[in-house]
Design a protein around this ligand. Structure first.
Ligand SMILES: CC(C)(COP(=O)(O)OP(=O)(O)OC[C@H]1O[C@@H](n2cnc3c(N)ncnc32)[C@H](O)[C@@H]1OP(=O)(O)O)[C@@H](O)C(=O)NCCC(=O)NCCSC(=O)c1cc(O)c2ccccc2c1O
Length: 326
């Protein structure tokens, strides 16, 4: 290669994605918890940056969750999901010792967890799991210390996991008389494979941060002091990218595991995009104007076949579907 060509076309390098230039500076968090009357969760937002942070605030119990905790997490997740300023959500636990140690065993009753705040004892964390899957915005688990039992399942259900070197992962169900036969089993097996998932559930061993990374449970491991900075760096990078593309990617990655509900999530995005098309609008307009829709006569909207498969004029929807009809 000539010297000129070498200067013009530098060799491929991951650094060309410029990720190393993304800031890991602290965020200017605004704490919303008091205004919302939260007791078990701290809800912070950095609206200028589009980031929300949900933090389980029971550090003396290694952030074990009770029904009140789950109710507050569901409420904050709904707030973050509906807030147009927010594009990415961090889930974490207060303190350095635990992300979450699962269900609070001291309020585990006969039919589920019961802290007196709900009509009937249930396993409300399962509702939170579904809500996390449905949320179109990426959720990042920021893990320091223990992510155990139901807490381990919450981190697995986050779209990404960034953990500190002190992180410890594992299930304890079969030791404490419990199991999660839903996402806690199927999604784990998709992440780590069937053999490893069976090992995790049958043996109830704990795994270090690097062991978790090796088996595909976490995206990256950083020193504890860099944990929030690295997480913010990932959030800021996500905020530079297309929210619609990311929402569709998340729905697509969930779809095969989530059956009809997963396809619905993906298909809902397709329907909303279809609403933007001339063909979609024609259906609505024709109904409102009490006339027959003229889907095939959108001649004013006709354009050259972008697929270059023919010389005919086609509507934008036809181009989208590859149906060069007229
Ligand atoms: C997480 C630990 C390994 C940490 O050990 P460490 O030595 O650092 O700390 P301590 O053990 O001394 O804990 C400090 C303090 O916290 C209390 N605590 C910790 N975890 C819990 C908990 N989950 N519930 C209640 N209390 C907890 C502990 O008792 C200490 O209190 P003191 O008063 O003595 O100071 C270790 O703590 C540990 O192993 N914890 C238990 C982990 C566990 O078994 N979690 C429950 C698994 S089952 C579950 O989570 C679950 C929940 C669901 O909602 C489900 C729904 C549907 C299906 C299945 C579900 C499910 O399995």
């Amino acid at each position: 290669m000539s010297e000129h060509a070498a200067r013009k076309a530098p060799p491929p390098t991951p650094r060309r994605d410029a990720f190393h230039l993304t800031s890991c500076a602290p965020a200017a968090w605004q704490d919303q918890s008091t205004a919302l009357g939260l007791t078990d969760v701290i809800y912070r937002t950095a609206p200028e940056e589009g980031i929300a942070k949900l933090s389980i605030n029971r550090p003396s119990l290694r952030n074990a969750f009770r029904p009140t905790t789950i109710r507050e997490l569901k409420r904050c997740l709904a707030l973050a999901q509906d807030d147009l300023k927010i594009g990415v959500i961090i889930l974490t636990g207060e303190g350095d010792e635990a992300f979450c140690s699962g269900g609070d065993q001291s309020v585990r009753g006969e039919g589920g967890y019961d802290d007196g705040s709900e009509e009937a004892p249930r396993l409300t964390v399962l509702d939170l799991q579904v809500q996390m899957r449905r949320c179109p915005k990426p959720i990042i688990a920021m893990v320091a210390g223990y992510a155990i039992g139901g807490g381990h399942i919450l981190h697995m259900l986050c779209d990404l996991t960034i953990c500190a070197e002190n992180a410890v992962f594992g299930q304890t169900g079969p030791r404490v008389g419990s199991f999660d036969a839903g996402y806690g089993s199927s999604h784990m097996a998709r992440l780590v494979g069937q053999k490893k998932a069976r090992e995790i559930w049958f043996l109830c061993r704990f795994y270090s941060a690097h062991e978790a990374q090796d088996m595909g449970l976490v995206n990256t491991v950083v020193p504890l002091a860099s944990l929030e900075g690295e997480t913010l760096k990932w959030c800021r990078r996500i905020m530079e990218n297309s929210p619609t593309a990311i929402a569709c990617c998340k729905a697509a990655l969930n779809a095969d595991e989530d059956g009809a509900a997963g396809i619905m999530e993906l298909a809902g995005n397709a329907t909303r995009l279809f609403y933007l098309s001339e063909e979609g609008k024609e259906g609505r307009n024709a109904f409102l104007q009490k006339r027959k829709p003229a889907f095939r006569a959108l001649s004013t909207e006709m354009k050259s076949c972008a697929a270059k498969r023919c010389n005919r004029q086609v509507s934008s929807c036809c181009v989208f579907l590859g149906l060069c009809i007229r």
